[in-house]
Design a protein around this ligand. Structure first.
Ligand SMILES: [Ca+2]
Length: 459
């Protein structure tokens, strides 16, 4: 018989970051109530709907993602709120359509471009800020892409720790951005370290887990993979004074596979580290991609990164939480990246800020009860919307600007049979809903002072 501990765990109050968690919150305590769950959000970059084995991808092996799906829940109808990088990230961290924060286009690497000067303003509430109030340790490892100036650094947006880069992509080896500017940060300090970016992101994620395993935490792992430049582990730098300046437009199949494998292996290491610390049953792991593929595969979907066709924004999404989410489930519930913040806040019992209502919905009923899918409406870029299985798209890439497309995705996932003419009433009502949504999300946009000042100077 093991001896009971001298000091029963339930008598200890954990004091973290000025926040006292009641004894009932301590994991496994005799009151039966669990500690608030930990969150690990893993976002791939430019990974397509067809780029994982568990999504029918045959060109690539993703054993760790496949295992995550086998131990958890796989979404068939999950979306990014943008079809390119920055907008999706602005939506993800605020839980609101990105138009509201004024970060609705790519924050450009080139300072001569107005969009270089946009960023997520401090007035926004991020999930990291919300969770910090509840005593969570917070970290971002990898890509931020929500502002270049150091004043937009993620450590000003609720993240205690940041190891990674602020631009859209860096050389995986030399860590220079597209303008050949060094872009590898430790918090607010430019601090390069040697290594392949995917490996570094994983290493810092594991360190974060080692440092914070005994308190509630939220770890946002924003992989660079599988964004260009196309560099596999072991490849030389492509950017920098001594580097081969030529960057391939399209990836070689072997290179792309190796980039994906490095990320997949890193995800496996993170799951193992959670197991090592005994955290799997109190940690929700959620994996998703930030938009459709650039170098990879959209599977059966039409369109790719940057388009409003499903291939631009329907993404792989997997949730794993052993003991809470039934292993091996597949859900057709429509979901979107802006749902993650309301989901985390509900699980952590935090009320969202009243002045910044969330646009997403909590996915808790889907995750924990595998509730039957509820129909909903989702919107993209003032040009596309879903209403249940119906998809409306205005001027879809490859069609005339004024074209109107209506597709029934349950029967036509590839958006090939345009029903707009045969369904005029539905088309009209969806257009009306899209216009109303546009008016709503553009009605009270957060100002972007640096962007405005740049435009003033260039006039
Ligand atoms: Ca992206």
């Amino acid at each position: 018989m093991p001896h009971p501990p001298t000091t029963p765990g339930y008598l200890i109050a954990i004091i973290v970051a000025g926040c006292v968690l009641p004894p009932a919150c301590i994991a496994g305590n005799p009151s039966g109530k669990q500690a608030p769950p930990n969150f690990v959000i893993i976002m791939a970059d430019d990974m397509g709907y067809g780029d994982a084995g568990c999504y029918g991808g045959t060109h690539i092996s993703t054993p760790n993602l496949d295992r995550l799906a086998a131990t958890g829940m796989r979404f068939t109808d999950f979306h990014s709120s943008g079809n390119v990088c920055s907008p999706t990230r602005a939506g993800l961290v605020t839980g609101r359509y990105q138009y509201r924060s004024g970060v609705d286009s790519v924050v450009n690497a080139d300072p001569k471009v107005a969009d270089h000067h946009s960023g997520l303003q401090r007035v926004e509430n991020t999930f990291a800020e919300a969770l910090k109030q509840r005593g969570y340790a917070t970290g971002l490892m990898g890509k931020w892409h929500l502002g270049y100036d150091v004043k937009y650094n993620p450590t000003y947006q609720g993240f205690d720790q940041f190891h990674g880069f602020v631009s859209g992509n860096i050389d995986y080896v030399s860590h220079l951005d597209r303008m050949n500017v060094p872009d590898w940060w430790n918090g607010r300090k430019l601090e390069d370290e040697p290594g392949y970016s995917t490996h570094l992101i994983t290493m810092h994620a594991l360190e974060f887990l080692d440092q914070n395993h005994d308190r509630p935490f939220c770890l946002y792992i924003a992989h660079e993979a599988v964004h260009a430049p196309w560099q596999a582990p072991g490849d030389p730098a492509q950017r920098g004074p001594t580097a081969d300046a030529r960057e391939d437009r399209n990836p070689k199949a072997e290179t792309f596979k190796a980039m994906m494998s490095a990320m997949d292996a890193g995800i496996g290491q993170v799951v193992e580290r959670l197991q090592h610390h005994g955290l799997t049953e109190n940690t929700l792991v959620f994996f998703l991609s930030d938009n459709g593929p650039a170098g990879g595969s959209a599977g059966p979907l039409r369109g790719r990164k940057g388009s409003n066709w499903e291939g631009g924004h329907r993404v792989p999404a997997i949730a794993s939480w052993p003991g809470k989410i039934t292993a091996g489930t597949v859900t057709d519930q429509m979901g979107i990246s802006i749902d993650l913040m309301p989901t985390m806040l509900e699980l952590a019992e935090i009320k969202p800020a009243a002045d910044r209502p969330l646009d997403g919905i909590s996915l808790v009923p889907t995750l924990l009860q595998n509730a039957a899918p509820t129909p909903r409406q989702l919107f993209w870029n003032h040009k596309a919307m879903r209403d249940g299985h119906w998809k409306l798209i205005l001027g879809g890439k490859g069609t005339p600007a004024k074209s109107v497309g209506l597709y029934h995705l349950a029967e036509d996932l590839g958006e090939q049979v345009n029903l707009a003419d045969s369904q005029p009433q539905r088309t009209a009502s969806m257009r009306k809903a899209l216009e109303a949504w546009t008016a709503d999300v553009t009605g009270n946009v957060t100002a972007q002072p640096d962007h405005e000042a740049f435009l003033q100077r260039s006039r």
